[in-house]
Design a protein around this ligand. Sequence first.
Ligand SMILES: [Zn+2]
Length: 355
Amino acid sequence: MGLDNRAALRRCGFALLALAVSAGLLSTDAASADGTPAKELFGAKALPTEAAPTSYGFYSKGCLAGGIAIPTDGPTWQAMRLSRNRRWGHPEMIALIERFSHDAAERIGWPGLLLGDISQPRGGPMLSGHASHQIGLDADIWLTRMPQKTLSYQERESISATSMLDKSKFLTIDPSVWTPAHARLIMMAASYPEVERVFVNPAIKKKLCDTWRGDRSALGKVRPIYGHDYHFHIRIKCPAGSQGCKDQAAVPAGDGCDKSLAWWFTDEPWAKPKKKPGEKPPKPKFATLGDLPKACALVLNGPAPGSEQQATYGTAYSAPAAIPAAATSIESVIGATDEAPLANIPVPLPRPALQ
Ligand SMILES: [Zn+2]
């Protein structure tokens, strides 16, 4: 199938989806009627829906049509925890990660990104971890530098990320692991206009507030949150064309090095919730398909790309023309290792070059 045909197919899929949504044709699916948690439905999908790339809903309540997977290996990145199959995202998110990884290598000498979770093939809630990451616009990046060697499949499952905290103290950066390059990496991520927020541990935010001497205009986008000491989390804005995507409220003006940050260093965020004697803990309530935007029923049940389309995904990464060739010193890491037990990984592994 040629490019034109594929584009036509995508437009067609999109039109059908839009039509069905507006006509209210999406009655509740049997799965949602029986209360099956949406995380079980979306967690079971190994491939995306073939449609125009669209993020539906909000970061913590939605789904993704037309997602693409970032290749397991690029000139300046390696994807981790491949068994989770969470390398999927909106093409704009995938493009941003590729560009960021290249810029970080080129401009600050960061040897490459180790990629954590992005989204499931069709987004949606996940069986483990993450309230957000549901619409293909969130990505976790490890704070551990990428090694020069290509990691094996097993290593990508088992290697641990490094915490930036001194765990013997309260919210304190470990000076033996934190480097100025970490600060530059996080600030670079926040500097892209399409990046809406970057989530980090409060101790990391404080470190940036105390030490960042460069342009502080992007510092307000770096937001303190629980965890996020082993990785940071990049969230991009709703892409143009994603009509069903709900933007998050803009970050407040200023660099955020204020009382909103100081609050994290009080007892309040860390206090155990008070329970009345005899009170039972509330039952966890899981979102069903009916709780998500209507389009998510079609996204869930839509066709995966045909085998012909999957074949065009190919196995070799080719850098999009917009990204300049990487420095020769890191070209040795291009290409997947043949140690990886590919049979266990849902196809397609890489994705077509972004056009
Ligand atoms: Zn995250």
